[in-house]
Design a binder for this molecule. Structure first.
Ligand code: FAD
Length: 541
C-alpha cells in the first residue's frame, strides 16, 4: 500500500546539486555553531532553511539532552521536514555535535527559490515527506499523549494528531512498563499532553496543540483573500492544489483534520493510480503538501459558523471563535458528517467506546473485545474489514436483508466470506450499557433481543450535510445539500444561487459520493473561480 512518503531507511541519499547549493547561498548566509550549541530548538518556528557545509548536527532528547537518533546530519545534508512549507513549529531539538558551519536561508526566500527551481523543490519535498513518515511511524517523539484510553478530550487530541500525520507518542494509563509509568508520573498520573521538555497541557484540546505547532496560523483577518475554501476533504484539498498552481491566493479552513471522510478510511482501493490502495489520510496529506508547495495555506482546527456578504460583494466567514475571514469568492467543500443514533446514553459514551471512524487509533480500543459496526454502506464494510484484524470478533449490524444494494460487491463478498465477521441482517442496536466506558449493547434482531459485551461500537449509518453556516445565502435542497448548476438556475455546473459561492464534492446536491468525483470537482471548479475573479476584479487605482 502507498503511504505519505518514501522509506527513509531504504532511500538513496542524493546530495543537492552544486548549482542548487549556489542558489541557496545567494539568498542566505553562512552561520557558525560551536560544538554543543543548539541549532534549532523545540517550540520555535521553522523560519529558515539550513544546509550543512561542515560539521555534524544531531537530534537530542529534550529531557536528558542525550542524542536521540542514531543518524545525524553531516556535510551536503539539510535540516527540515514537511512543516517547513507552512512555517510550522519545530518539534525536535537539533544540536551541533562538533563545530559546525551551515548556510541559512530565510524561509520565504527559500520557498520562492523552490517555486522557481522545480528540481530543487522535488528533491526537498521528497526528503521532507520521508522524514515525516519516519517520524510518524517511529512514534519516538517529543509530543507525548497520555491517557487517550481514559479521557475523550485527550482522545480528540490524539485523533487530531494522528489524522494530520503529526508525530506523537501515545501512552495508555493502564500499561505497567517502566517508560509509561515514568511518563505518567511527570503529569501527576492524570490524562494530558506533554510538549517538548517543559510544556504540560493538563486540559488539552486540538486547538491548543495546533496553536503550539503553528498550524492555527496567525492569519490576518483584515485582508481580503481571493478564495476561501471551507472544508479540507478530498474536494477542498484538490481545489487547494489547483488554486495554488493557478496563482489564486487561497486559504483552506478545516474544522477537524485534512482528509475529511476519506481521512477515516484506512484503505481506499478504487482511486485511480494506487493499485495496492492508499489510506485516505495519506492521500490527502500528499495533496496538502502539494497545495502548500504552491503557496495555499491551511488553518485548522477552525470551524466556519456563519457567512455574510459585505457591501463591496466580498464574502465573510465567521469562525467558531468569532474571527472573520473575507474573500472575493468562496468554495463550499464541507462534505457530509455521520448521523448520530437516536439512542439513550449516546453522548455520554462518545469517545468512550462509541466511535464514528475506524482508523488505527480507534482500532487499538478493540483489542481483546468484540467490536460492533452499525451500517450497510461501503464505509461500514471497510470499517468491519479493518477492525477484524484487531478485534476478537466483529459484528456488522444491518437493518436490511442484504448488502447488495448499498455496498460495492467486492466488499460484501469479502465480508460474507470472512469467519472473523458476523453479519446481523434485519437488526438494530436498541440500548447502550456502561457508565464511564461502553460495556455492552442490546441487539434486536427479527425475533429476539440479546445483550452482547463490547467495548467498541462504530456508528456508520449514513451522513448528512452541515450547511446551516451558509446562513441562507446559497440555496439548498430539503436535505441541506447545496444546489448548483441547472438546479440553481446557473449555467456553470458548480455555481450556487449566490454569486461568487461555488460548491463541490459530497455537499453538492446530486454529486456522486466518491473520492475520485470529489477530487475531480475540486480540481475543475478552480477554473470557473479563476474566471469569476477575473470578471469581477476591481478596477486598479
Ligand atoms: C469510512 C469511509 C470510507 C470510504 N471509502 C471510500 C472509498 O474507498 N472510495 C471512494 O471513492 N470513496 C470512499 N468514501 C467516500 C469519500 O470519502 C467521500 O465521498 C469524500 O471524502 C467526499 O469528499 P468531500 O471533500 O466532498 O467531503 P468530506 O470528505 O466530507 O470533507 C469535508 C470536510 O469539511 C470539513 N468541514 C465540515 N464543516 C465545516 C465547517 N463548517 N468549517 C470548516 N470545515 C468544515 C470536515 O471536517 C471535513 O474535513 C468513504 C467514506 C468513508 C466515511
Amino acid at each position: 500500500m502507498e503511504t505519505l512518503g518514501q522509506d527513509l531507511e531504504t532511500m538513496r541519499r542524493v546530495p543537492l546539486a552544486p548549482a542548487h547549493v549556489d542558489a541557496i547561498c545567494a539568498i542566505g548566509g553562512e552561520v557558525f555553531y560551536p560544538a554543543g550549541s543548539v541549532v534549532m530548538d523545540i517550540g520555535v518556528p521553522m523560519d529558515r532553511f539550513i544546509y550543512v557545509l561542515e560539521g555534524d548536527i544531531e537530534v537530542v532528547d529534550p529531557d536528558t539532552n542525550e542524542r536521540m537518533l542514531k543518524s545525524s546530519l553531516g556535510p551536503t545534508q539539510f535540516l527540515g521536514e514537511i512543516g517547513f512549507l507552512n512555517g510550522a513549529t519545530n518539534i525536535m531539538r537539533m544540536r551541533a555535535s562538533v563545530d559546525t558551519r551551515v548556510i541559512e536561508a530565510p524561509r520565504q526566500a527559500m520557498l520562492e527559490l523552490m517555486s522557481q527551481v522545480p528540481e530543487l523543490s522535488d528533491h526537498l519535498i521528497t526528503v521532507f515527506s520521508a522524514r515525516r513518515r519516519r517520524q510518524f511511524e517511529a512514534k519516538n517523539d517529543t509530543i507525548k499523549v497520555i491517557g487517550a484510553d481514559r479521557d475523550p478530550n485527550v482522545q480528540a487530541v490524539e485523533r487530531f494528531l494522528s489524522r494530520n500525520r503529526i508525530p506523537f507518542q501515545s501512552y495508555d494509563m493502564d500499561a505497567t512498563d517502566g517508560e509509561t509509568v515514568a511518563m505518567c508520573s511527570l503529569i501527576g498520573h492524570e490524562p494530558g499532553v506533554i510538549l517538548g521538555a517543559d510544556t504540560r497541557l493538563a486540559d488539552p484540546t486540538p486547538r491548543k496543540i495546533a496553536q503550539y505547532l503553528g498550524m492555527d496560523l496567525g492569519i490576518c483577518t483584515r485582508r481580503t483573500y481571493d478564495l476561501l475554501i471551507v472544508g479540507g476533504g478530498p474536494a477542498g484539498v484538490a481545489a487547494a492544489v489547483y488554486a495554488g498552481s493557478e496563482g489564486i491566493e487561497a486559504l483552506v479552513i478545516e474544522d477537524t483534520a485534512v482528509g475529511g471522510q476519506a481521512g477515516t478510511s484506512s484503505r481506499i482501493e478504487n482511486y485511480m493510480g494506487f493499485p495496492t490502495g492508499i489510506s485516505g489520510t495519506d492521500l490527502t496529506f500528499r495533496g496538502q503538501v502539494q497545495a502548500m508547495k504552491f503557496g495555499t495555506r491551511f488553518v485548522m482546527p477552525r470551524r466556519v459558523e456563519a457567512l455574510a456578504r459585505r457591501e463591496d460583494g466580498s464574502l465573510c466567514a465567521t469562525l467558531d471563535d468569532g474571527d472573520e475571514l473575507c474573500a472575493r469568492a468562496l468554495l463550499v467543500a464541507t462534505g457530509v458528517q455521520y448521523r448520530r443514533l437516536p439512542i439513550e446514553n449516546l453522548e455520554e459514551l462518545e469517545g468512550a467506546g462509541i466511535f464514528y471512524s475506524a482508523t488505527e487509533m480507534e482500532a487499538r480500543f478493540c483489542s481483546q473485545t468484540e467490536a460492533m459496526v452499525i451500517g450497510g454502506g461501503n464505509s461500514a464494510g471497510q470499517a468491519a474489514m479493518y477492525l477484524s484484524r484487531a478485534a476478537a470478533h466483529v459484528h456488522l449490524v444491518v437493518r436490511g436483508s442484504s448488502l447488495a444494494a448499498s455496498m460495492s460487491s467486492y466488499l460484501s463478498q469479502r465480508l460474507e466470506a470472512d469467519p472473523r465477521i458476523t453479519i446481523h441482517y434485519h437488526s438494530e442496536v436498541t440500548a447502550l450499557h456502561g457508565e464511564t466506558w461502553l460495556e455492552a449493547i442490546t441487539l434486536k434482531t427479527k425475533d429476539a433481543e440479546q445483550r452482547i459485551a463490547t467495548r467498541a461500537l462504530f456508528i456508520m449509518i449514513g451522513a448528512a450535510p452541515n450547511t446551516g453556516w451558509l446562513s441562507g445565502l446559497a440555496a439548498t435542497d430539503e436535505k441541506g445539500f447545496v444546489l448548483t448548476g441547472a438546479a440553481a438556475a446557473q449555467a456553470d455546473d458548480y455555481a450556487t444561487t449566490a454569486p461568487g459561492v461555488f460548491a463541490v464534492g459530497d455537499v453538492r446536491a446530486g454529486s456522486v459520493k466518491r473520492v475520485a468525483s470529489a477530487v475531480g470537482e475540486g480540481s475543475v471548479v478552480v477554473n470557473r473561480i479563476w474566471q469569476y475573479l477575473e470578471d469581477t476584479r476591481p478596477e486598479a487605482g
